[in-house]
Design a protein around this ligand. Structure first.
Ligand code: ADP
Length: 345
């Protein structure tokens, strides 16, 4: 698979094989792979435990679940959790995102169109406009919305009841969420990156679902190791391995698997050309922190994409440090970039 050269657009990042963001690469088999119930959802144990109790309690009290906010980088399972919550509560899930809620009329139509106890999932909720948030405040607090009738000096506001629902908000940027909106969520859960054991389980689960049998367990370990601790990337790799196996490529030996990753341009830790470009740029400024906007213009990538999609993993493996808008490479990052031998161009 060819890796496209970097271009300063958000879409460019979506096309990276190791991008944690959802892309066209994921649509096929997505429905099959997504866990449907809490028991199928691997890892995030404390969130699962808390949710399990909250769901059981809501069902016993015969009330809707309290509003929930899920945050942290893409690909860790926020959308999946909203689906699971709706399945466990036996209610409908309405999935939407900020571009679909441009005007107040959009959110009013959604809120008046849902049924009692339904789950409304809003992805990237921090990007909602203030006038949309204002409608959500009342909706979340006492299940009412204020609708303006008439215009000019004759305009009046009418309070209208809406079905008792649960808002599940997802964000990659908790700090960008306004505090009045944040305060209206009963539960705020930070999802964590997955450990090697959990990733291994996700690899095996996905291989099973896709009817891809691999006898060599080390192959699964390599896939897990390169997946940046992110289930979405695990699943993408599993699908790629399945495709190579289907056309007769060797996926049972370490060298056969490593060859696939070389062709994909992915190194031993799951870093690709864009991570390396960022690390090489920071390394060229060794010991001198550089501004995010300087970095963005050098690597020709959006600041938001660097901050929300690329940096969380580089920070987690301690290859970079960031303070406000300053960025600096660590000794570990420097050592990786200077010592890793790449078998690809
Ligand atoms: P997010 O909404 O955080 O971007 P998703 O919920 O869309 O992430 O998850 C991406 C994919 O990863 C899903 O399709 C799902 O198949 C898989 N996935 C996520 N979390 C888990 C998990 N805990 N166990 C198994 N698979 C998971």
């Amino acid at each position: 698979m060819a890796i496209k050269s970097s271009k300063k657009t958000d879409d460019n990042t979506k096309e990276r094989v190791i991008s944690p963001k959802e892309s066209e690469l994921d649509t096929l088999n997505e429905v099959k792979l997504r866990p449907k119930l809490l028991v199928d959802y691997i890892g995030q144990d404390s969130i699962k435990k808390h949710l399990d109790i909250a769901i059981k309690s809501a069902n016993i009290r015969w009330e809707p679940l309290e509003h929930i906010l899920l945050y942290w980088p893409p690909g860790l399972g926020k959308t999946t959790l909203s689906l699971i919550i709706s399945n466990e509560m036996w209610v409908n899930l309405k999935h939407t995102s900020w571009p679909a809620i441009e005007k107040q009329a959009d959110i009013i139509s959604i809120l008046t169109g849902i049924s009692e106890w339904d789950i409304l999932f809003i992805d990237e909720i921090h990007r909602l406009k203030p006038q949309i948030e204002e409608i959500l405040y009342g909706a979340m607090e006492d299940y009412t919305i204020d609708i303006m009738v008439g215009s000019g000096t004759g305009a009046t506001s009418i309070k209208m009841d809406i079905p008792k629902f649960t808002l599940v908000g997802a964000t990659t940027k908790l700090s960008s969420l306004s505090s009045p909106l944040r305060d209206r969520f009963w539960n705020i859960f930070k999802l964590d990156f997955y450990n090697r054991d959990e990733l291994g389980k996700i690899v095996r689960r996905s291989l099973n679902i896709l009817w891809c049998e691999i006898k060599n367990n080390e192959v699964g370990d390599i896939v897990a190791k390169k997946s940046r601790w992110t289930p979405r990337i695990v699943n993408r790799f599993v699908k790629i391995v399945r495709d190579y196996q289907t056309v007769g490529h060797d996926v049972e030996s370490i060298s056969g698997i490593e060859k696939i990753f070389d062709w994909l341009g992915i190194d031993s830790l799951g870093l690709d050309y864009l991570d390396r470009k960022i690390l090489e740029t920071l390394n060229s400024f060794w010991l001198k922190p550089i501004w995010l906007n300087t970095l963005s213009s050098i690597v020709w990538e959006e600041e938001d994409t660097i901050e929300d999609v690329i940096e969380p993993f580089l920070l987690k493996i301690w290859f970079i440090e960031r303070t406000g808008r300053w960025r600096v490479i660590t000794d570990a990052g420097k050592s990786h970039i200077e010592t890793t031998v790449y078998n690809f161009k």
